[in-house]
Design a protein around this ligand. Structure first.
Ligand code: FPP
Length: 253
């Protein structure tokens, strides 16, 4: 029996975020170069994106390149950028065929011009799609995102556009790159690492975290189904007690 049959469609996470990890180790295990792992990871990107949209997930965020990834060997960075450009080029049609809108978060100005232009073109060409929003985190880190939010807020305060009392949780959220998206309910990390790696630190405050040993190029639709089933078995308390949650459920019924 597939995990798909165990999914409660009425209780899907609206937003799933994924730390796609393990491409390098996957390639090394086969005696291949790291780039081969990244290239193979694109197949998982395609399958997981299509599967999430098919299921009815509204937002899928993929951590494709972190601010810290710029520190990798120059050849690997260049190869990753070329792969990104090529993939966005080829997959724009797939996004449109599947009614998926593309968005990007991160320090996008640090990307080279050809990638920025291609990205913007695909964002524009898919802007009317409404089945799912695929958000690529590119040159992204939470530290960068939070610092730029603080700068914008400080500037507004300096210009008397806001008072100190206006600074609250919603105002901060509205200055993050993710201001137009709900927070992820589920974070998936592949390759068995127990780290957040500077990813969506603010937005993951109450997310359920699912860690699998699978390396990203091996992560397939059945693995996504399994992660969702696991998520649906969790009790999400948001600081309350288990009893309060059970009573709330009874009232709903
Ligand atoms: C982590 O594996 C993966 C990345 C840093 C890049 C992810 C990129 C892709 C899957 C390809 C392109 C993506 C898109 C969205 C088109 P790692 O290199 O850290 O692996 P390791 O931990 O085993 O070394």
């Amino acid at each position: 029996m597939s995990y798909k049959d165990k999914i409660d469609i009425s209780n899907l996470p609206r937003h799933i975020a994924v730390i796609m990890d393990g491409n390098g180790r996957w390639a090394k295990k086969q005696g291949k170069l790291r780039l081969f792992g990244h290239e193979s990871g694109v197949r998982s990107v395609r399958e997981i994106t299509e599967t999430a949209a098919e299921l009815g997930i509204e937002y899928l965020t993929l951590y494709a390149f972190s601010t810290e990834n710029w520190k990798r060997p120059r050849m690997e960075v260049e190869a990753l950028m070329t792969l990104l450009l090529k993939t966005i080029n080829i997959e724009t049609k797939t996004l449109n065929d599947n009614n998926i809108r593309l968005q990007a978060i991160g320090d996008l100005n640090s990307l080279n011009k050809s990638i920025r232009n291609r990205l913007q073109k695909t964002i524009d060409e898919t802007s009317n799609n409404n089945k799912m929003t695929l958000i690529l985190a590119l040159s992204y880190s939470s530290h960068f995102e939070i610092v730029q939010a603080i700068r914008q807020i400080a500037e507004k305060h300096k210009n008397n556009e806001i008072t100190l009392d206006d600074i609250n949780k919603d105002l901060v959220s509205n200055h993050l790159f993710t201001k137009n998206f709900p927070d992820p309910e589920l974070l998936i990390r592949t390759s068995g690492e127990f780290r957040i790696s500077n990813f969506l630190l603010w937005q993951l405050a109450y997310s359920e975290i699912y860690i699998t040993q699978k390396l990203w190029p091996d992560f397939r639709k059945e693995d996504l189904y399994e992660a969702i089933v696991n998520f649906q078995c969790r009790e999400r308390r948001f600081g309350r007690t288990s009893e309060q949650i059970l009573n709330q459920e009874k009232v709903k019924k």
